[in-house]
Design a protein around this ligand. Structure first.
Ligand code: NAP
Ligand code: GDD
Length: 343
């Protein structure tokens, strides 16, 4: 009997770690990739031959129906379990202000399309499980600290609002059609595979370029934001655990500690011998190396968001208790691994 998984967003940071975990656990792993003018499979190059990949897009119902029909036919008499992990998304908060309609189409309606395709395929309900990549951005302008599964949502971006739809439609389909459909409400998670335009990776890549003399400064946006940053590998394991429970439910995954953007800068630069101190305020704030006086970090409004999420801090007690999940990487280990990879 086959254990089969379909991962949307398999070419992304989380998709690549999840695919590794699923292969290790003996799943037949299928993935949906987008057609691009250039290669976009670099994160899964090392496992490429072990995956079954199909072109598709969450904005296109027809390909989702076809892929699910293909999987249903192939495993018709030989299926133990079929797990669908919906990780595909336009995942950048700032970009979502520039592409709000597209973001809602992919991150919101795209989730509905996949749920509908799953509902109409011939695999019986009791063999299918669905994971939705929900996010701590749902808490946005937080109404309580720390945030748990019961904290009310207050999204602050088109991305957050689209993901709110994804969260609720997943819950609605669970209740309406008795589907094993779950959300992981994941706080920020990073790695050396993080895309270059998220703040952590931008910092470690910038540090590497400064060390190599390829750039002389790093320009960032809001330095005071606080994030609960974990390691993507730990969170991918949490996704799998969420689908291994007896009953479908929603879980927060978080480290339960938060750090500022400034702190991420200080820690990563310290690993390469800099002692970053700050002077000035607002857009005039500058980070400089106390040993040499060299000014290295600058602020530009260009990276501000129209509405910011100032602080996110999770409480993942439920996941730790019910799933036996906990992060294996500390904040310091995460920073060190990213600095090592980029420098
Ligand atoms: P990521 O690196 O940006 O990966 C996103 C994936 O989605 C990529 O494979 C991308 O394909 C694919 N994709 C984008 N638009 C698509 C579309 N229209 N149709 C099909 N595929 C599409 O994101 P990530 O960090 O791995 O995050 C995975 C999921 O978790 C996302 O849904 C994200 O919103 C959510 N999430 C992430 C975090 C975090 O801190 N990382 C926290 C909470 C929730 P290409 O490679 O072709 O671009
Ligand atoms: N990207 C970016 N670039 N962010 C910056 C910069 C910069 O130059 N300077 C400061 N920041 C601040 C942002 O304003 C934000 O407050 C914080 O750093 C983190 O930004 P990102 O790394 O872009 O992540 P995010 O928190 O907005 O969103 C990520 O985490 C969410 C979960 O909470 C993404 O992975 C989302 O997809 C995910 O849902």
């Amino acid at each position: 009997m086959s254990k089969v998984a379909l991962v949307t967003g398999i070419t992304g940071q989380d998709g690549s770690y999840l695919a590794e975990i699923l292969l290790d656990k003996g799943y037949d792993v299928w993935g949906i990739i987008r057609r691009a003018s250039n290669i976009n499979t670099s994160r899964i190059e090392h496992i490429f031959d072990k995956l079954t990949l199909r072109y598709g897009d969450l904005t296109d119902s027809s390909n989702l129906l076809l892929i699910l029909a293909e999987i249903s036919t192939k495993y018709v008499s030989n299926l133990d379990v079929f797990e669908i992990y919906n990780l595909a998304a336009m995942s950048h908060v700032k970009v979502s202000f520039e592409m709000p309609e597209y973001t809602s189409n992919v991150d919101g309606t795209g989730t509905l399309r996949l749920l509908e395709a799953m509902r109409s395929c011939s695999i019986p309900n009791e063999k299918i499980k669905f994971y939705q990549a929900s996010t701590s951005e749902l808490y946005g302008k937080v109404v309580e600290v720390p945030q748990t599964e019961t904290t009310p949502f207050y999204p602050r971006s088109p991305y957050g609002v689209a993901k709110l739809y994804g969260y609720w439609i997943t819950k609605n389909y669970r209740e309406a059609y008795d589907l094993f459909a779950c959300s992981g409400i994941l706080f920020n998670h990073e790695s050396p595979r993080r895309a270059h335009n998220f703040v952590t990776r931008k910092i470690t890549i910038g540090l590497g370029k400064i060390l190599r003399g390829e750039q002389d400064k790093l320009v960032l946006g809001n330095l005071t934001s606080l994030r609960d940053w974990g390691h993507a590998k730990d969170y991918a394991m949490g996704m799998w655990l969420i689908l291994q429970q007896d009953k479908p439910d929603d879980y927060v995954l978080s480290t339960n500690e938060y750090h500022s953007v400034k702190e991420f800068v200080e820690k990563s630069f310290a690993l390469k011998g800099f002692d970053i101190k700050w002077k000035g305020e607002g857009t005039n704030e500058v980070g400089y190396d106390e040993k040499t006086g060299r000014e290295l970090i600058f602020v530009s409004e260009k990276y501000f968001r129209p509405t910011e999420v100032d602080e996110l801090l999770g409480d993942s007690t439920k996941a730790r208790t019910e799933l036996g999940w906990k992060p294996e990487h500390s904040f310091d280990e995460l920073v060190a691994e990213m600095v090592e990879a980029d420098c």
